[in-house]
Design a protein around this ligand. Structure first.
Ligand code: DAH
Length: 376
């Protein structure tokens, strides 16, 4: 009887029990925040069998049976919440300990970020420019998307001339232009055959020779130009890229001879490749030069004796010759008074030849892979 009475007297209503749990949780969290005890000590103090929570958990039997399960859920939630508070205090302590113990020397020199450098082709362009500047040539720029007139027709290659085939050209179907300025009228008259036929009149310049007549049109003589620009051809394989660079030299004055071409080229070769190198001119054909030559350079390995690399001692380099009278006339220059030479060559090839780098795929130059580019 006594026993029963005691049990009844000790019944704890569920809401009251939950209220007690909330208080325990609150106190536990305050203890955690203000304590410098270890996590393990806190766990024993706040979650162990002798803790407030442990004591209260044992009294769950006094909650009416029907509500015991719900109260049990709350007991577990409170346990987890206290557990979590202990763990997160542990992490925060760890961080602040680290911060207060790690030492940072503000006077130590910094770590240099990786520094880039100019692309191998840009390096070659500035070097080539500097060499020609020393003998009075000026670097010029002309459009890289140009009228067919400048890229072909003015260079003595009329529409449909078979010589054009060599420059695997990207043509652009251009709209017929409204003729406004006198200059355009003049040009339309000159190449009216192109503008009135279906033949497209604009190209991505397949060579830097488009700069020849454009330079002559500036009407400033003598001309000593070095035109370095992008060129485009429909080609892509291990030794060709669709976009590459050429440098085009042209010298026009009274009494210029092919001897000047040899002299200028020798100067360039010796300065760019080294004093042992020589040039040789070989007869060739271009529509825009007469006579035309291909310019060879003696091999850097055998110096002209013949080796496995070059076979006969010479490596083919540039194309050139004396500017054709028709081209001079197209640029408004009297071929009976003036003469000149011109030559053109690939910047990529020059750079490769100079560095002695035998690329098994020239397209690597433009694949933007730093592992490759940082070697130069
Ligand atoms: N434009 C020629 C080419 O792309 C190279 C060339 C040949 C340029 C003869 C010249 C020249 O100025 O006179 O292959």
């Amino acid at each position: 009887m006594m026993k029963q009475q005691r049990n009844e007297g000790l019944t704890i209503a569920a809401p009251h029990f939950i209220g007690l749990l909330m208080e325990v949780e609150q106190q536990a969290k305050e203890t955690i925040a203000g304590s410098d005890k270890s996590a393990e000590e806190l766990r024993i103090l706040l979650l162990g069998p002798k803790s407030e929570l442990g004591r209260l958990t044992k009294q769950i039997r006094q909650v009416p049976a029907a509500e015991r399960a719900n109260v049990g859920v709350v007991v577990n939630e409170v346990k987890q919440s206290i557990q979590h508070a202990i763990e997160s205090r542990e992490v925060t302590n760890l961080r602040s300990n680290e911060a207060s113990h790690s030492w940072f020397d503000v006077t130590a020199p910094g770590i240099r970020p990786p520094e880039g450098h100019l692309h191998i082709v840009s390096q070659a362009i500035s070097e080539i420019t500097r060499i020609f500047e020393r003998i009075g040539f000026t670097r010029v720029r002309h459009p890289e998307v140009d009228w067919d007139w400048y890229a072909f027709e003015s260079l003595n290659m009329p529409p449909h001339h078979p010589a054009r085939d060599e420059w695997e050209t990207f043509f652009i179907k251009s709209q017929k232009r409204k003729v406004e300025s006198g200059k355009w009228k003049e040009q339309n008259a000159l190449h009216s055959s192109l503008l009135t036929s279906d033949f497209p009149a604009m190209v991505l310049t397949p060579h830097t020779s488009n700069g020849q007549v454009r330079e002559m049109e500036k009407r400033k003589l003598p001309i000593r130009m070095i035109n370095i620009a992008k060129c485009y051809r429909r080609q892509s394989d291990v030794s060709h890229v669709p976009m590459f660079h050429q440098f085009e030299g042209m010298y026009i004055d009274k009494g210029v001879t092919i001897g000047d071409l040899t002299g200028v080229f020798n100067f360039f070769i010796k300065n760019y490749f080294g004093p042992d190198r020589k040039v040789r001119l070989r007869p060739f054909h271009f529509q825009f030069t007469e006579p035309s030559v291909e310019i060879d350079i003696n091999c850097g390995i055998c110096l002209g004796k013949g080796c496995r690399l070059c076979k006969e001692g010479w490596l083919e380099m540039a194309g050139g010759g004396m500017v054709h009278p028709v081209v001079l006339k197209n640029g408004g220059i009297d071929p009976n008074v003036y003469s000149g030479f011109a030559f053109g060559w690939g910047v990529e090839r020059a750079a490769m030849m100079k560095s002695g780098t035998k690329l098994d795929d020239i397209r690597l130059l433009y694949s933007n892979d730093v592992r490759f580019l940082e070697q130069f």
